[in-house]
Design a binder for this molecule. Structure first.
Ligand SMILES: Cc1cc2nc3c(=O)[nH]c(=O)nc-3n(C[C@H](O)[C@H](O)[C@H](O)COP(=O)(O)O)c2cc1C
Length: 338
């Protein structure tokens, strides 16, 4: 069933995830869905300025949003201009990263305590580029995570011209908690994101956190006038779980790619990357999830993971492909390998 909702503009997006959603994972995900919006991981504005020619993005990735991290206005404006010149479809300012490093530098979730500063940064970025600028943030900072704070933050940033807010539906705990702990606790509070979407129909509110499959996506879209749903870890761990996203959510009639075809394309990309001087593991480390639900998956995954230490990528991937051919799995599955 195609989800019908006037406010839905990007029903599915794949979350920014540092160390995960680099161009190789995005390439894989783009073969699975041509429609979902993809995000780069947070790229510190300074890193983009220091190394603008690095292959941050590839042609044909869109719709793609580049997420910036930072809190210095001049750096963010300059980085936004570079990002726009790379051809991305939108920019996002990270206001949700709880890492002690980000906190020390005053970026990420720490910015939620300074809505006026975020408004100023976003206004400057909007002035600098022609593509949309959005903000991804937490429901709040622990101790200041009630509806009043959430609405005050969103309203102040919206007044600066921001229209899209992606809300990770859990509070951030600063003061030394690791990023990993901040992804498991405190508990998710999706109802409060739904309430925000209902109260601010003029804004595009996207929910993130704990959404495991397309049923979960549909449940959120049906529960509130959200502009979309963002999926992170579930898509990384088992990308083919989202193989029918284009037909189910976007009404796109083209057939989903099969695991075998994807495996073949992955092998070709890996070999091309190696021929260009790269390491096979750069590509293959993001593809272990393709072998999640196939018989013999464990050995194939172990062999692919061993490419971290070198080895013949062509041979390893040919053998792993044979496993997929024997048992391509069920692409509409939701099971997770035990
Ligand atoms: C390994 C990892 C890295 C992440 N890096 C970022 C990031 O760079 N920027 C960001 O806004 N959120 C980041 N997140 C948060 C995700 O975008 C997402 O909001 C969070 O994982 C909750 O969604 P999920 O339960 O679907 O994974 C990261 C999450 C993980 C697991």
């Amino acid at each position: 069933m195609v989800v019908e909702h006037v406010a839905v503009r990007m029903p599915l997006s794949i979350a920014p995830m540092m160390d995960r959603t680099d161009r190789h994972f995005r390439w894989l995900m783009r073969r699975i869905t041509r429609r979902a919006t993809l995000y780069t991981p947070m790229i510190p504005a300074r890193a983009l300025l220091d190394d603008p020619h690095r292959p941050w993005v590839e042609p044909g990735e869109g719709p793609l949003v580049l997420q910036l991290g930072g809190c210095d206005r001049a750096e963010l404006v300059a980085a936004a201009r570079i990002a726009e010149s790379l051809g991305v479809d939108g920019l996002d300012l990270n206001c949700g990263c709880p890492s002690p490093n980000a906190e020390r530098s005053g970026w990420g979730a720490a910015l939620m305590a300074r809505p006026a500063r975020v408004a100023e940064l976003v206004a400057a970025m909007i002035d600098a580029v022609a593509i949309p600028v959005s903000v991804k943030h937490r429901i709040g900072l622990r101790g200041a995570d009630d509806a009043e704070h959430l609405f005050a933050f969103v309203d102040e940033v919206a007044a600066a011209g921001c229209r899209r807010f992606t809300v990770h539906a859990r509070a951030a705990v600063l003061g030394g908690w690791s990023s990993a702990r901040n992804l498991a606790v405190p508990p998710l509070r999706p109802a409060e994101v739904h309430a925000l979407a209902r109260a601010r129909p003029e804004l595009q509110v996207v929910i993130s956190g704990g959404i495991l499959d397309l049923d979960g996506v549909r449940a959120h879209l049906g529960a509130a006038p959200l502009a979309g749903v963002m999926v992170g870890r579930a898509a990384y761990e088992d990308p083919l779980r989202f193989a029918s996203a284009d037909s189910d959510l976007f009404g796109d009639a083209s057939a989903p790619i099969s695991a075998v075809e994807l495996g073949q394309q992955l092998r070709a990309r890996t070999l091309a990357h190696v021929a260009g001087g790269g390491r096979a593991h750069d590509v293959t480390r993001h593809a272990l999830g393709l072998w999640r639900a196939t018989a013999g998956a464990r050995r194939a995954r172990a062999a692919i993971a061993s490419l971290a230490h070198g080895g013949d990528a062509g041979d390893v991937l040919a053998r792993a492909l044979a496993v997929l051919r024997r048992d391509p799995g069920d692409q509409t599955r939701c099971q997770v390998e035990k």
